[in-house]
Design a protein around this ligand. Structure first.
Ligand SMILES: NC(=O)c1ccc[n+]([C@@H]2O[C@H](COP(=O)([O-])OP(=O)(O)OC[C@H]3O[C@@H](n4cnc5c(N)ncnc54)[C@H](O)[C@@H]3O)[C@@H](O)[C@H]2O)c1
Ligand SMILES: O=C(O)C(=O)C[C@]1(C(=O)O)C=C[C@@H](O)C=C1
Length: 367
């Protein structure tokens, strides 16, 4: 595939996002130069194949600012001044505050367009970067009042080149949306995981996949997230207020029940919470960001010793089964894990039969 993006592209901030973008562009042959406040972060990004270290007098066609949100407007403003022919974008997780900061400092925003790839990880830094991070993921394009059409086109091409799906948003609408689907989920995962610091050690030995699923992002970088949450505080508070009302109602029912499982109102209240959860989760779009789509699950026992996972994937490949998603569930101390392979519903029965024929223990047949 050939790139629409014309280089050189200067990436400022070579952590997870900046390095992933650099790697994806380099793979298409685009010239990429890298800059970061940290020399070691910069060297690692270069070693990961994200581009070369920016030389004195670099004259980029496009600058991508991938720094933490609280310094992003300043870095954008500097880039607009230092590179008068360049289009400048950023990938920060908040958009309105950056647009306001740029306006306040009198930046030339005709050459600036905000953006935000809805793809990332709970790990920071170039070491966690991945050239495929953005494939089939939404990439928000959020122009400011003065953004020129040409600048919007160039930023959209960047998103397409790295495999993402560009979506146009107003900065304010973006911030309200990500408060719901990204910022509050992060805070809820962190609050939930924080409650584990008060749990006795023997309780943690019973941890299962439900807890792991709900706390993966609690590994995220506190400094980065403090800047994200601080930059979208009003919208986040609004969503949290709704959750807090539901939580207080539930708590009230639990307290009133005083240990009686059939206390008046208790079952109805708990059912209401669970059903509302069912409704909410149904609204999350499928893996390509399109209409929700159900995959069939094939559950198979995977011995917890080297080589088995590789063999499982290879054998499914030999059966011409595309793995849409995969999770491995472990129980502490167990010699086996349960591999949950999500496949196209039409491929589920053949996949189960093939695996059984090849000596695997397939757990289900009913999904
Ligand atoms: N982590 C995610 O999942 C994710 C997803 C989408 C968007 N974002 C956004 O992308 C941006 C970068 O996030 P990340 O996860 O790559 O963070 P990161 O911590 O991995 O990388 C940030 C990099 O910016 C550098 N930096 C900090 N201040 C700088 C400055 N003034 N000048 C130059 N370099 C500077 C740091 O040294 C670091 O290498 C943030 O704005 C974040 O909101 C993150
Ligand atoms: O999948 C993850 O690990 C992420 O946290 C990615 C995620 C998200 O919430 O979806 C996190 C923050 C970003 O601004 C965009 C993407």
């Amino acid at each position: 595939m050939s790139a629409q993006t014309t280089g050189p592209v200067l990436i400022v901030g070579t952590g997870l996002l900046g390095t992933s973008i650099g790697m994806a562009l380099r793979r298409l042959g685009v010239e990429v130069e890298l800059a970061d406040a940290s020399p070691s972060a910069l060297a690692l990004a270069r070693d990961m194949g994200a581009g070369m270290i920016a030389h004195e007098g670099v004259d980029p066609a496009l600058v991508v600012v991938a720094t933490p949100p609280d310094v992003t407007a300043r870095v954008i403003d500097e880039a607009l001044r230092e590179h008068p022919r360049a289009i400048v974008t950023d990938v920060a997780s908040v958009k309105t505050i950056i647009a306001r900061e740029l306006e306040a400092c009198g930046a030339d925003t005709t050459r600036y367009v905000g953006s935000h790839p809805m793809a990332g990880r709970e790990r920071s830094g170039a070491g966690a970067a991945d050239a495929d991070l953005f494939r089939q993921r939404p990439w928000v394009i959020a122009p400011v009042a003065g953004s020129a059409e040409r600048a919007i086109r160039i930023v959209r091409s960047l998103a397409l080149d790295v495999g993402a799906l560009p979506l146009d948003y107003r900065a304010e609408d973006h911030d309200a949306a990500v408060a719901c689907v990204s910022h509050v989920p992060q805070l809820m995962a962190s609050l939930l995981a924080a409650s584990l610091t008060r749990a006795p050690q023997e309780a943690l030995g019973l941890s299962g996949q439900g807890l792991r699923d709900s706390t993966r992002i609690a590994h995220s970088d506190p400094r980065l997230w403090a800047a994200i949450v601080g930059g979208n505080s009003r919208e986040i508070a609004e969503v949290l207020r709704g959750i807090s009302r539901d939580l207080l109602d539930l708590l009230h029912s639990l307290d009133s029940a005083a240990g009686d499982p059939l206390a008046p109102g208790l079952v109805a209240q708990v059912t209401k919470v669970l059903e509302a959860g069912n409704d909410g989760v149904e609204r999350i779009p499928g893996k390509h960001g399109g209409a929700p789509r159900r995959y069939a699950e094939v559950s198979v026992l995977v011995p917890d010793t080297p080589g088995h996972l590789g063999r499982l994937f290879t054998e499914l490949g030999e059966a011409d089964v595309n793995i849409e998603d995969f999770a491995l569930e472990h129980s502490a101390g167990a010699p086996m894990g349960v591999g949950r392979v999500l496949v196209d519903p039409a491929a589920a029965a053949p996949a189960r039969a093939w695996l059984t024929d090849h000596g695997w223990t397939v757990l289900d047949g009913a999904h």
